[in-house]
Design a protein around this ligand. Structure first.
Ligand code: NAD
Length: 368
């Protein structure tokens, strides 16, 4: 097989496009993976250290996520090789040049991801006529501000906890990463009586077995401060979050944070995955063997993309929350019931669910 086809399998990708505009300093890759369910929706990631492989893995994850969520969209992803903290004028020029290069790729709809935001999406929409995750001034639903993914995560947890006989009232929660996903998940869970016993950000971990004040932590972050600057609670190092005894441990930061070398440190009963691919395959198997229930990322964290797809179809914030609640609850139940019945890890059951939906869609298409 030629090297150019090294990622190819029965699902895709249908296209990998390398974009190179030396005069503008633009280097980017677009992967349109499987579009049987509809045009591919997926984020644009801007970082200096991205790669074609990362872009492909993320695009494939979007294929499963969108299919599992029952959305009429396929999976795709784009990466731009650049430092997102560059001056705004330069960033706008690069994003607009990128948008120009993908203008005719009609089966890809861009969304925000690491290093890009709603303003970047507005530039792409301006150039191409399509993008999701837009500013509210042009019809967007501010998904990170309203906590669409954290809301879905909390809904997923409310279903999963029934599989291990856990009450949310009084449940001890630890959250790794107190950003758009983590802080809103903590807030929605606290509203249901759960207790945040620890959280971490890049500055370290703050912990209190009697419970941290979620609103105070959110206000602290909004003021541009770090969790270590919270006046209460014990201050620990960044990895100490792994050792916190809790009932629910939520990864909401980076990929591959739980690995074979540190998985034994976790002392929890449930791991709903807010971050994408937070565990290596080995670590996830170890969790399963220890009886720690995992709700896989593309089932538990689909709130954001559901919200984006509702926005794309002109829907309201209210409609987005209803859809997220209904779909994430039913998918979590379906996956965990199937995993229990077949005695397999939830990821295997989740993958089967997504594959069935993509396969059924592929059968309706002439070019598959
Ligand atoms: P964010 O940038 O808003 O927040 C990330 C948080 O993680 C920050 O508080 C940061 O300080 C912290 N962090 C980074 N590295 C850390 C580390 N090693 N240990 C502890 N904390 C660390 O990002 P986000 O939008 O909340 O996304 C978090 C994760 O969830 C990412 O993996 C993202 O791909 C995934 N995700 C996000 C959405 C969404 O709607 N935003 C949807 C699905 C998946």
């Amino acid at each position: 097989m030629e090297d150019a086809f090294r990622f190819s399998d029965a699902w895709g990708p249908s296209r990998i496009i390398h974009i190179h505009r030396p005069s503008l300093g633009l280097r980017a890759i677009l992967v349109v993976d499987n579009t049987a369910c509809g045009p591919a929706i997926g984020g644009v990631r801007m970082a200096p250290d991205v790669s074609t492989e990362e872009c492909f893995r993320l695009a494939r994850a979007m294929t499963w996520k969108n299919a599992a969520a029952g959305l009429p969209y396929g999976g795709g992803k784009a990466v731009i090789f650049a430092d997102p903290r560059m001056p705004t004028e330069q960033k706008e020029a690069i994003i607009r040049a990128f948008a120009g290069a993908i203008r005719d790729i009609a089966d890809y709809v861009a969304g925000p991801d690491m290093g890009t935001d709603e303003v970047c999406m507005a530039w792409i929409k301006d150039e191409t006529g399509r993008a999701v995750g837009l500013p509210s001034a042009i019809g967007g639903i501010p998904l990170d501000e309203i906590g669409a993914t954290g809301f879905g995560l909390a809904a997923s947890i409310d279903v999963a906890r029934q599989f291990i006989g856990l009450e949310l009232k009084g449940a001890r929660v630890a959250v790794q990463g107190f950003g758009a996903v983590g802080k809103h998940a903590a807030r929605f869970l606290a509203e249901k009586g759960a207790i945040l016993v620890a959280s971490s950000d890049t500055s370290g971990t703050v912990a209190d077995p009697d419970g941290l004040d979620v609103d105070a932590l959110i206000a602290l972050k909004a003021a541009g401060k770090s969790l270590r600057q919270h006046p209460k609670g014990q201050k620990l190092d960044i990895d100490a979050i792994l050792d916190i005894p809790c009932d629910i441990w939520i990864p909401a930061a980076r990929p591959d944070v739980v690995r074979a070398d540190n998985v034994a440190r976790l002392r929890t009963r449930l791991m709903p995955q807010g971050a994408n691919i937070p565990c290596t395959a080995e670590a996830e198997e170890a969790l399963h063997a220890r009886g720690i229930l995992v709700v896989p990322d593309f089932i538990a964290n689909a709130g954001g993309v559901i919200c984006a797809s509702i926005e794309y179809r002109g829907g309201t914030q209210h409609a987005a929350f209803d859809y997220i609640n209904e779909r994430i609850r039913s998918n979590t139940r379906l996956v965990l019931e199937q995993a229990r019945k077949t005695k397999r890890p939830p990821r295997a059951a989740a993958r089967e669910l997504a594959e069935q939906r993509v396969k059924a869609a592929m059968l309706t298409r002439r070019w598959r």
